[in-house]
Design a protein around this ligand. Structure first.
Ligand SMILES: NC(=O)c1ccc[n+]([C@@H]2O[C@H](COP(=O)([O-])OP(=O)(O)OC[C@H]3O[C@@H](n4cnc5c(N)ncnc54)[C@H](O)[C@@H]3O)[C@@H](O)[C@H]2O)c1
Ligand SMILES: O=P(O)(O)OC[C@H](O)CO
Length: 315
């Protein structure tokens, strides 16, 4: 919708023939965001060759853990000069790779042709065409500007940035922090607790970013603070809601059953913790989220442990 509103011809690939047919005939997706009428410039197909044919810009928006397998099928179909844009906010399990790294590796493209679009962009609000800003990150500034133009509308304001690592980490780690904030909210804890988690969450994100070569200023921008605030304060966030359900006592199985879309932080908390260990960075909130979500640690115990860590200077 954003790309079409900005003047692009868009071909949307999806797995399910019934949904693709519904989009083409009714201009709506009956499963997600059925209240939106898609612009006429959007058509849908289940044929990846048709979606890729001639596409100068390819926006990738499948759940992060499925990117490698999906892209392996699509890569041979892409135009050799296509620019690939990741909308995904996760880190691959096992390899601890960022999505742009997976794209470079699987599609065998130079990193100047891989970009990331991120920022405080809760889908339902974008779909309602409410004003929002975003960041297009690419090592090649000219490519970032092309993408910026391709998605700039009256309600969507993208900025460019060359710090791909920082922008990607901001997007992936905020999902983990949103789980922590959601858990706190579900436990009945208030705004001091949430603000402390958000701020210390940003501190551990920045520490990891510095260790990986990111620009620390990125974390004060839309990809860092901006997305963290949106995700940690909104009931529209899947990660925040997932955490809230855990915090109010639902089991992991019940919480997964109640979640219809991807909450990236659930898997990426493990890969972010892995990345932190590989870089020798301390990420106590991320480790706590792993313990609660995957190791069955009761949230009350986890809070006590976090609060009894040794006292230290703020930075
Ligand atoms: N929804 C948002 O508000 C939002 C905003 C910004 C970024 N993102 C990021 O975009 C990415 C996708 O999120 P989403 O909200 O669209 O998630 P989603 O769960 O709605 O999945 C996206 C699409 O991928 C399809 N899909 C699921 N598993 C698949 C698989 N194995 N292979 C192929 N297709 C599959 C789904 O049917 C759906 O159409 C995530 O990394 C998320 O963090 C989401
Ligand atoms: O619904 P979430 O938690 O995946 O967050 C959506 C977007 O990433 C917010 O920018």
């Amino acid at each position: 919708m954003v790309l079409a509103d900005a003047g692009c011809e868009v071909t949307l690939w999806g797995r399910r023939p019934d949904i693709a047919a519904a989009i083409n005939t009714t201009r709506t997706n009956p499963q997600y965001s059925s209240e939106i009428t898609l612009p006429p410039a959007v058509t849908a197909t289940t044929d990846p060759a048709r979606a890729a044919a001639g596409a100068e810009l390819v926006f990738l928006a499948v759940p992060s853990q499925s990117l490698r397998a999906n892209l392996a099928d699509w890569a041979p179909l892409l135009r050799p000069d296509a620019v690939l844009v990741s909308l995904m906010k996760g880190v691959e399990l096992g390899t601890a790779k960022r999505m742009s790294e997976v794209i470079e590796e699987v599609a065998k493209v130079d990193r100047d042709r891989v970009a990331v679009l991120t920022g405080p962009n809760l889908a339902a609000e974008i779909a309602a065409r409410q004003p929002a800003a975003a960041v297009v990150a690419c090592r090649d500034e000219a490519a970032a500007r092309r993408i910026q133009t391709a998605c700039h509308t009256a309600y969507y304001r993208p900025y460019t940035n060359t710090d791909v690592i920082g922008c990607e980490l901001g997007g992936a780690v905020k999902n983990v922090i949103a789980l922590a904030v959601g858990i706190a909210g579900g436990m009945g804890l208030g705004d001091n607790t949430k603000a402390s988690l958000i701020t210390r969450g940003l501190a551990e994100t920045t520490r990891l970013g510095l260790a990986m070569g990111a620009d620390p200023y990125t974390f004060a921008g839309l990809a860092g603070m901006g997305d963290l605030v949106a995700t940690c304060s909104s009931p529209l966030s899947r990660n925040n809601t997932f955490g809230h359900n855990l915090g109010r006592g639902m089991s992991l199985a019940e919480t997964i059953a109640a979640t219809s879309q991807t909450a990236e932080g659930v898997k990426s908390c493990e890969s972010v913790a892995d990345l932190a260990r590989r870089h020798g960075v301390d990420m106590p909130i991320t480790e706590t989220v792993v313990d609660i979500v995957h190791n069955g640690k009761p949230p009350v115990v986890a809070v006590k442990e976090l609060m009894s860590r040794s006292a230290k200077p703020e930075r």
